[in-house]
Design a protein around this ligand. Structure first.
Ligand code: ADP
Length: 270
């Protein structure tokens, strides 16, 4: 990568001297490119379900004398509309945590509640695939932050664990501590993630297999949201995975009783 500089020439009032300022353009260009890609990606992701809805609406009006076909098309329209809703919901969450709105004051959040609420959200999906959901480990721990965002982050992980696992497997959520951190570990016995994709899966809209992700209702934003929520809480998310064996995602958050508690105002980072 080459670095490029923009040179700005500023006269120093009345002295006859000029000041030459070199500004690093590389970072600015990179940020602009990321923003352009993001908008292009959003447009593409929105066009797909809207295009499908439009086609289905045409088809359904041609099939009005066949009630069975109408029912089938209507159910596919519902599916596409649900996809749009999840995508819009994820975009709202992302823009909120990226600073579009001030966050609420951090409060003490029960890790048990975060785990229970997240598991409740995937129970039906897990039952359908006969996936066993288990939770265990240390109880009664707390962290500082936003309960809703922490539930969203863990729910995204368990939703993926169920979505990318075959039938009759197990998804386990375990809470443990390490030094002054709380660890919430989500382990599945699913398809796993190829090593070359591992470091990219936290990028917005990055998917290992786009068709599979869409088929399971994925928006491609889930892990980007998890990463941002962890940053806001001065935590981190890490992943271990082996293809055909499964994946383990770990959320690590400062314990409330840690020697260096997170700040009490604004963004939770400082
Ligand atoms: P998506 O909505 O596509 O699931 P995410 O941001 O949540 O988007 O995840 C990005 C990609 O990472 C997924 O498309 C999938 O390829 C991969 N992935 C995430 N979690 C898992 C998992 N538990 N097992 C296998 N692959 C996963």
């Amino acid at each position: 990568d080459s670095t490029s500089f923009a040179v700005r020439v500023a006269p120093l009032g009345g002295t006859g001297l000029i000041l030459v300022l070199a500004e690093d353009q590389t970072e600015r260009r990179r940020v602009e490119a990321v923003r352009r890609d993001f908008v292009a990606n959003i447009s593409h992701e929105l066009k797909t379900p809207v295009g499908a809805l439009s086609l289905l609406a045409e088809t359904i009006s041609d099939a009005s004398d066949d009630p069975e076909a109408v029912r089938r098309f209507a159910s596919r329209m519902k599916h596409e509309a649900d996809r749009l809703t999840s995508l819009i919901q994820d975009l709202i969450t992302l823009s909120r945590i990226q600073g579009a709105e001030p966050l609420s004051e951090p409060v003490e959040v029960s890790v048990d509640t975060v785990v229970e609420e997240s598991l409740d959200a995937v129970r039906t999906a897990a039952d359908t695939k006969r996936i066993e959901l288990v939770s265990g480990g240390v109880r009664g721990l707390t962290v500082m932050g936003d309960e809703g965002l922490l539930i969203t982050a863990l729910r995204n992980l368990v939703t993926n664990a169920v979505a990318y696992s075959p039938e009759n497997t197990r998804v386990a959520v375990t809470v443990q501590t390490s030094d002054d951190m709380v660890e919430i570990v989500v382990a599945d016995q699913g398809i796993g993630i190829p090593p070359q994709d591992l470091e990219r899966i936290f990028e917005r809209f990055y998917r290992v297999d786009a068709a599979r992700s869409r088929a399971t209702g994925g928006t491609g934003l889930g892990l980007a949201i998890v990463k941002h929520v962890m940053t806001l809480h001065r935590g981190e998310v890490t992943v271990w995975s082996k293809e055909g064996e499964g994946s383990t995602f770990t959320l690590r958050l400062p314990r409330t009783d840690s020697p260096e508690p997170p700040g009490s105002t604004g963004n939770y980072q400082e």
